[in-house]
Design a protein around this ligand. Structure first.
Ligand code: ZN
Length: 429
C-alpha cells in the first residue's frame, strides 16, 4: 500500500484569481486544515479532524498553527548572479557590464557552475521556493549544472542557455548558428527529463543580432511546447537603445515579434515602460508579463502598472530577478510588489500578493495545472510557514482579526526564518 503522509496545520488554497474574483470567493483558509500526500502528489484536503478519521493509516506531521500552502514559484531569476546579489550603485547597462558579465564569464568552468547551482538551489529552497524559471549563461555547462542539480533535488525547474551575439564582452558571445545549435542540443537533452523544462532564452534585444533573434524564433517554432524567456522595457535608456538598434521596429516588443519571439509561452521580464500597442499585443497573444519588484527598485527601473495590466486581463507572474533583484525571498518580493503598488496608489491585498507568488506565477509559466496551489492531483511542492517567526512579526500577528491580517506581517517582514519546512514532490526537502 502506498505510504501516505497527513500534514496538519492552517491551510490556504485558491479557487480563483483574486484580482478578478471577489476576495471572499477566491481563497479558502482553513484554520484547522489537513493535506494528505501520496505518490508525490496532494491526494486529499480537508479539516484536520475529518482527515484524521478518514486516513487512520497515514503518518501524521502536526505543524500546529503554521500555514501550509503551495511552494513559492519564482518566474524569473538568474542563478549565475547568486554571488553578485546586492552589488552597489549601478543601473541596468552598467550593472551588466560591471557585475553581471564578469561573473557570468566564470561559468565556462563546470566546477564553478556546479558550485553556484547547488548554492542557489539550497538558498532558494531555504526561502520556500520550489520552482524557478532561471536564465543560465551562454555556456552549455551552466545549463547542465543547473538541470543536473535540479534533477537531483527532484524540483520542477525551467531554464535555458542565455544567448548573446553582440554588445557583450569577448568570451561571452555566441553566434546565431551556435546559439541555435547549442540551445537545440540542450533542449533535446533536458526538456521533459523528470520535472525539467527548457526555455529558449535570448537575453534581450540589445545583445542579440536580428539573425540571432530569428534563429531563436525558428527554434521556438520547431518546439512550441517550450517556453521562451527574455527581457522587455525595463529602463527608459534601454528602450531608447533598442529603438536605435532596430530602426525598422515599431517598438521594443516588435523586435521580438518580427523575429518569431512573441506568443503564448513567451515570458517577458519587467515590462514596465510599455506603449499602448505593446500592451494590446501582449494581451492579444496571451503572453506572460513577469513583475520583478525588488529588482525594479534596486536598479532604479520604474513602477510596474499591476492594477492597469491586471484590469486589461494580462497574464502576470511574480519573480525575484536575482541578482538584479535584491533578495532570494518571495516573501520580500511580495512586500516589494506591495510597496510599488502603493507608490502607484493601489494597495494589493495579501490574497493577491500570495496568489502572485504561487498560483499566478505558475499560471505565467503555464504549469498551474501541476503546481502553485493545493488541490487533489497537484504535485506536492509545499511550504510550511511560521506566522510568528520573529518577535516583531509575532506581536503584530497576535493582534490580527482575520487570517489575512495575520499573514500580512510575515509578507512584509518575513524571511527564511519563517520557513518551517519545504516539501518537494511529497518528500521533505
Ligand atoms: Zn532578468
Amino acid at each position: 500500500m502506498t505510504r501516505q503522509t497527513l500534514l496538519l496545520g492552517q491551510t490556504l488554497r485558491y479557487l480563483a484569481d483574486p484580482f478578478h474574483a471577489g476576495l471572499d470567493d477566491s481563497a479558502v483558509w482553513d484554520s484547522d486544515g489537513a493535506v494528505l500526500l501520496a505518490d508525490g502528489r496532494v491526494a486529499d484536503l480537508g479539516s484536520g479532524a475529518a482527515m484524521r478519521a478518514a486516513h487512520p493509516q497515514a503518518d501524521i506531521v502536526d505543524y500546529g498553527d503554521a500555514l501550509i500552502t503551495a511552494g513559492f514559484v519564482d518566474a524569473h531569476a538568474h542563478y549565475p548572479q547568486t554571488a553578485i546579489i546586492a552589488s552597489w550603485g549601478k543601473r541596468l547597462i552598467d550593472w551588466l557590464n560591471s557585475y553581471t558579465f564578469p561573473e557570468e564569464m566564470r561559468f565556462e568552468d563546470r566546477a564553478v557552475a556546479d558550485e553556484i547551482a547547488a548554492r542557489y538551489l539550497s538558498l532558494t529552497r531555504g526561502h520556500g521556493t520550489t520552482t524557478v524559471a532561471s536564465y543560465c549563461t551562454i555556456h552549455a555547462e551552466s545549463v547542465d549544472a543547473f538541470f543536473g542539480a535540479a534533477l537531483e533535488s527532484g524540483q520542477r525547474m525551467v531554464a535555458g542557455k542565455t544567448c548573446m551575439d553582440r554588445n557583450a564582452p569577448d568570451g561571452l558571445r555566441d553566434t546565431a548558428k551556435s546559439a541555435y545549435d547549442d540551445s537545440k542540443a540542450l533542449l533535446e537533452k533536458w526538456h521533459g527529463c523528470g520535472r525539467l523544462s527548457y526555455a529558449i532564452t535570448p537575453r534581450f534585444s540589445p545583445t542579440s543580432t536580428p539573425d540571432q533573434l530569428a534563429a531563436m524564433g525558428a527554434l521556438w517554432a520547431e518546439h512550441p511546447d517550450c517556453l521562451m524567456q527574455t527581457h522587455l522595457s525595463e529602463q527608459t535608456d534601454e528602450v531608447e537603445w533598442v529603438a536605435r538598434l532596430f530602426p525598422e521596429a515599431r517598438d521594443y516588443l516588435d523586435t521580438y515579434e518580427m523575429h518569431g519571439l512573441l506568443g503564448p509561452g513567451g515570458l517577458y521580464g519587467h515590462a514596465i515602460h510599455l506603449t499602448p500597442r505593446e500592451r494590446a499585443r501582449l494581451r492579444e497573444v496571451d503572453a506572460s508579463l513577469i513583475h520583478c519588484p525588488t529588482s525594479n527598485s534596486f536598479i532604479g527601473s520604474g513602477l510596474f502598472d499591476m492594477q492597469g495590466l491586471m484590469a486589461e486581463g494580462q497574464r502576470i507572474g511574480l519573480a525575484t530577478d536575482t541578482g538584479g533583484g535584491s533578495s532570494f525571498s518571495m516573501l520580500r518580493t511580495m512586500a516589494a510588489a506591495y510597496e510599488i503598488g502603493q507608490l502607484r496608489g493601489n494597495a494589493l491585498h495579501p490574497a493577491q500578493l500570495y496568489w502572485l507568488a504561487t498560483a499566478g506565477a505558475a499560471r505565467a509559466l503555464r504549469v498551474d495545472d501541476k503546481i502553485g496551489n493545493l488541490a487533489p492531483g497537484m504535485e506536492a511542492d509545499l511550504v510550511v510557514l511560521d506566522l510568528a517567526s520573529t518577535p516583531a512579526i509575532a506581536q503584530r500577528a497576535a493582534r490580527a482579526q482575520t487570517p489575512w491580517e495575520a499573514l500580512f506581517p510575515t509578507i512584509m517582514m518575513g524571511d527564511d526564518r519563517a520557513v518551517r519546512e519545504v516539501w518537494i514532490a511529497g518528500q521533505r526537502a
